[in-house]
Design a protein around this ligand. Sequence first.
Ligand SMILES: C[S@@+](CC[C@H](N)C(=O)[O-])C[C@H]1O[C@@H](n2cnc3c(N)ncnc32)[C@H](O)[C@@H]1O
Length: 206
Amino acid sequence: MGIRKATEVFHDWALAGKDKGMEKGHSSAVAEMLTFIFQQAEKSQKEFTAIDVGCGNGWVVRLLDKHPLCTSAEGVDGANAMIQKAKEIDSEGNYSVCLLPEFSPTKRYDMIHSMEFLYYLKDPKSMLKLFFDNWISQDGWLVVGIDHYKENEDSLSWPEQVGVHMTTLSTPEWLDAWQEAGFSNITTWQAGEKGQVTLVITGQKK
Ligand SMILES: C[S@@+](CC[C@H](N)C(=O)[O-])C[C@H]1O[C@@H](n2cnc3c(N)ncnc32)[C@H](O)[C@@H]1O
Protein backbone atom coordinates (compact mmCIF):
# COMPACT_ATOMS: atom_id res chain seq x y z
CA MET A 1 0.00 0.00 0.00
CA GLY A 2 1.34 3.49 -0.88
CA ILE A 3 1.72 6.24 1.68
CA ARG A 4 -1.14 8.78 1.64
CA LYS A 5 -1.47 12.14 3.36
CA ALA A 6 -3.12 11.81 6.79
CA THR A 7 -5.59 14.57 5.92
CA GLU A 8 -6.72 12.64 2.81
CA VAL A 9 -7.18 9.45 4.82
CA PHE A 10 -9.19 11.27 7.49
CA HIS A 11 -11.24 13.07 4.85
CA ASP A 12 -12.29 9.60 3.63
CA TRP A 13 -12.88 8.45 7.22
CA ALA A 14 -15.28 11.36 7.76
CA LEU A 15 -17.15 10.51 4.54
CA ALA A 16 -17.41 6.90 5.78
CA GLY A 17 -18.70 8.01 9.21
CA LYS A 18 -15.62 6.76 11.06
CA ASP A 19 -15.23 10.09 12.91
CA LYS A 20 -17.89 8.91 15.37
CA GLY A 21 -15.86 5.80 16.22
CA MET A 22 -12.81 7.94 16.94
CA GLU A 23 -14.91 10.20 19.15
CA LYS A 24 -16.07 7.17 21.13
CA GLY A 25 -12.60 5.59 21.29
CA HIS A 26 -10.91 8.80 22.43
CA SER A 27 -13.62 9.98 24.82
CA SER A 28 -12.30 8.62 28.12
CA ALA A 29 -8.73 9.91 27.60
CA VAL A 30 -10.07 13.26 26.39
CA ALA A 31 -12.31 13.49 29.47
CA GLU A 32 -9.13 13.38 31.59
CA MET A 33 -7.44 15.98 29.36
CA LEU A 34 -10.44 18.31 29.62
CA THR A 35 -10.57 17.83 33.38
CA PHE A 36 -6.95 19.02 33.49
CA ILE A 37 -7.76 22.09 31.35
CA PHE A 38 -10.83 22.98 33.38
CA GLN A 39 -8.94 22.58 36.67
CA GLN A 40 -6.29 25.06 35.49
CA ALA A 41 -8.98 27.55 34.48
CA GLU A 42 -10.94 27.11 37.70
CA LYS A 43 -7.79 27.53 39.83
CA SER A 44 -7.15 30.94 38.28
CA GLN A 45 -10.87 31.81 37.95
CA LYS A 46 -9.98 33.60 34.71
CA GLU A 47 -11.94 33.37 31.49
CA PHE A 48 -10.11 31.47 28.74
CA THR A 49 -9.99 30.98 24.99
CA ALA A 50 -9.39 27.51 23.54
CA ILE A 51 -8.56 25.73 20.32
CA ASP A 52 -8.57 22.05 19.40
CA VAL A 53 -5.88 21.24 16.82
CA GLY A 54 -6.68 18.28 14.55
CA CYS A 55 -10.27 18.60 15.79
CA GLY A 56 -11.88 15.96 13.55
CA ASN A 57 -15.66 16.49 13.62
CA GLY A 58 -15.26 19.15 16.34
CA TRP A 59 -16.66 17.18 19.28
CA VAL A 60 -14.00 18.47 21.73
CA VAL A 61 -14.57 22.08 20.63
CA ARG A 62 -18.21 21.71 21.65
CA LEU A 63 -17.21 20.32 25.07
CA LEU A 64 -14.69 23.14 25.64
CA ASP A 65 -17.31 25.71 24.65
CA LYS A 66 -19.71 24.45 27.35
CA HIS A 67 -17.41 25.48 30.20
CA PRO A 68 -18.68 28.65 31.87
CA LEU A 69 -15.21 30.29 31.84
CA CYS A 70 -14.64 29.58 28.14
CA THR A 71 -15.22 32.74 26.08
CA SER A 72 -14.44 31.16 22.70
CA ALA A 73 -13.55 27.71 21.41
CA GLU A 74 -12.53 26.83 17.88
CA GLY A 75 -11.26 23.88 15.92
CA VAL A 76 -8.85 23.42 13.03
CA ASP A 77 -8.26 20.35 10.89
CA GLY A 78 -6.75 19.68 7.49
CA ALA A 79 -9.47 17.23 6.35
CA ASN A 80 -12.27 19.02 4.48
CA ALA A 81 -14.96 16.46 5.24
CA MET A 82 -14.15 16.57 8.99
CA ILE A 83 -14.70 20.33 9.06
CA GLN A 84 -17.82 20.04 6.93
CA LYS A 85 -19.22 17.54 9.47
CA ALA A 86 -18.32 19.85 12.36
CA LYS A 87 -20.25 22.67 10.69
CA GLU A 88 -23.24 20.42 9.94
CA ILE A 89 -23.43 19.36 13.60
CA ASP A 90 -22.90 22.91 14.92
CA SER A 91 -23.62 25.63 12.38
CA GLU A 92 -22.77 28.37 14.91
CA GLY A 93 -19.36 26.87 15.78
CA ASN A 94 -15.97 28.13 14.69
CA TYR A 95 -14.28 25.40 12.61
CA SER A 96 -11.71 25.90 9.82
CA VAL A 97 -9.80 23.81 7.33
CA CYS A 98 -6.13 24.47 8.11
CA LEU A 99 -3.07 22.49 7.14
CA LEU A 100 -0.32 22.21 9.71
CA PRO A 101 2.38 23.15 10.34
CA GLU A 102 1.91 25.77 7.57
CA PHE A 103 -1.08 27.53 9.14
CA SER A 104 -0.22 30.15 11.74
CA PRO A 105 -2.98 31.72 13.88
CA THR A 106 -3.55 35.48 14.02
CA LYS A 107 -4.27 35.35 17.76
CA ARG A 108 -3.11 33.41 20.81
CA TYR A 109 -5.00 30.90 22.91
CA ASP A 110 -5.03 30.23 26.65
CA MET A 111 -5.71 26.51 26.20
CA ILE A 112 -4.60 24.35 23.30
CA HIS A 113 -5.99 20.82 23.20
CA SER A 114 -4.90 18.22 20.66
CA MET A 115 -5.83 14.54 20.61
CA GLU A 116 -4.13 12.07 18.28
CA PHE A 117 -2.80 14.64 15.82
CA LEU A 118 0.84 15.54 16.51
CA TYR A 119 2.59 12.37 15.35
CA TYR A 120 1.10 12.59 11.86
CA LEU A 121 3.53 15.44 11.23
CA LYS A 122 7.00 14.73 9.81
CA ASP A 123 8.52 17.04 12.45
CA PRO A 124 6.29 17.19 15.55
CA LYS A 125 9.14 18.71 17.57
CA SER A 126 9.05 21.84 15.39
CA MET A 127 5.26 22.00 15.79
CA LEU A 128 5.71 22.05 19.58
CA LYS A 129 8.05 25.02 19.18
CA LEU A 130 5.51 26.75 16.88
CA PHE A 131 2.78 26.17 19.48
CA PHE A 132 5.03 27.70 22.11
CA ASP A 133 6.17 30.70 20.02
CA ASN A 134 3.07 31.55 17.96
CA TRP A 135 -0.04 29.92 19.40
CA ILE A 136 -0.11 30.05 23.22
CA SER A 137 -0.72 33.06 25.48
CA GLN A 138 1.58 33.74 28.39
CA ASP A 139 0.66 31.30 31.22
CA GLY A 140 -1.42 29.26 28.76
CA TRP A 141 -1.41 25.44 28.55
CA LEU A 142 -0.85 22.88 25.81
CA VAL A 143 -2.54 19.52 26.48
CA VAL A 144 -1.80 16.69 24.04
CA GLY A 145 -2.87 13.05 23.81
CA ILE A 146 -0.77 10.53 21.87
CA ASP A 147 -1.58 6.85 21.27
CA HIS A 148 1.24 6.03 18.83
CA TYR A 149 4.58 5.97 20.66
CA LYS A 150 7.44 3.48 21.09
CA GLU A 151 6.30 1.97 24.39
CA ASN A 152 2.79 1.25 23.06
CA GLU A 153 3.84 -1.79 21.04
CA ASP A 154 0.36 -2.43 19.62
CA SER A 155 0.54 0.97 17.89
CA LEU A 156 3.81 0.32 16.05
CA SER A 157 2.08 -1.44 13.13
CA TRP A 158 -0.36 1.46 12.54
CA PRO A 159 1.69 3.39 9.91
CA GLU A 160 1.71 0.30 7.68
CA GLN A 161 -1.88 -0.66 8.48
CA VAL A 162 -3.30 2.82 7.83
CA GLY A 163 -0.81 3.72 5.07
CA VAL A 164 0.20 7.11 6.48
CA HIS A 165 3.37 8.60 7.90
CA MET A 166 3.60 8.56 11.72
CA THR A 167 6.57 9.89 13.67
CA THR A 168 7.41 7.30 16.33
CA LEU A 169 9.00 8.71 19.49
CA SER A 170 9.47 7.22 22.96
CA THR A 171 7.98 8.85 26.05
CA PRO A 172 11.39 10.31 27.10
CA GLU A 173 11.86 11.67 23.54
CA TRP A 174 8.45 13.38 23.66
CA LEU A 175 9.21 14.87 27.07
CA ASP A 176 12.61 16.16 25.87
CA ALA A 177 10.89 17.76 22.89
CA TRP A 178 8.49 19.63 25.19
CA GLN A 179 11.38 20.87 27.27
CA GLU A 180 13.34 21.94 24.17
CA ALA A 181 10.29 23.84 22.88
CA GLY A 182 10.36 25.92 26.08
CA PHE A 183 7.47 24.52 28.15
CA SER A 184 7.43 24.61 31.96
CA ASN A 185 5.44 22.60 34.50
CA ILE A 186 5.46 19.59 32.17
CA THR A 187 3.31 16.74 33.43
CA THR A 188 2.54 13.35 31.91
CA TRP A 189 0.26 10.41 32.64
CA GLN A 190 -1.36 7.41 30.95
CA ALA A 191 -5.04 8.05 30.27
CA GLY A 192 -8.08 6.21 28.94
CA GLU A 193 -9.78 2.91 29.49
CA LYS A 194 -8.54 -0.56 28.51
CA GLY A 195 -4.91 -0.44 29.59
CA GLN A 196 -4.72 3.36 29.57
CA VAL A 197 -2.60 3.65 26.45
CA THR A 198 -2.97 7.38 25.80
CA LEU A 199 0.21 9.25 26.66
CA VAL A 200 -0.97 12.66 27.85
CA ILE A 201 1.58 15.45 28.07
CA THR A 202 0.81 18.93 29.31
CA GLY A 203 2.99 22.00 29.61
CA GLN A 204 2.68 25.69 30.37
CA LYS A 205 4.18 28.75 28.72
CA LYS A 206 5.68 30.74 31.58
C1 LIG B 1 -6.80 10.51 14.63
S1 LIG B 1 -7.69 11.92 14.03
C2 LIG B 1 -8.21 12.64 15.58
C3 LIG B 1 -9.36 13.58 15.42
C4 LIG B 1 -9.89 14.17 16.74
N1 LIG B 1 -8.84 14.84 17.48
C5 LIG B 1 -10.55 13.11 17.57
O1 LIG B 1 -10.00 12.77 18.65
O2 LIG B 1 -11.62 12.61 17.19
C6 LIG B 1 -6.38 13.00 13.50
C7 LIG B 1 -6.87 14.30 12.89
O3 LIG B 1 -5.72 15.12 12.59
C8 LIG B 1 -5.90 15.71 11.32
N2 LIG B 1 -4.59 15.98 10.73
C9 LIG B 1 -3.59 15.08 10.49
N3 LIG B 1 -2.53 15.70 9.92
C10 LIG B 1 -2.87 17.00 9.78
C11 LIG B 1 -2.19 18.15 9.25
N4 LIG B 1 -0.95 18.07 8.76
N5 LIG B 1 -2.83 19.34 9.30
C12 LIG B 1 -4.08 19.44 9.81
N6 LIG B 1 -4.78 18.39 10.31
C13 LIG B 1 -4.18 17.19 10.29
C14 LIG B 1 -6.67 14.68 10.52
O4 LIG B 1 -7.34 15.26 9.42
C15 LIG B 1 -7.60 14.08 11.55
O5 LIG B 1 -8.89 14.66 11.59
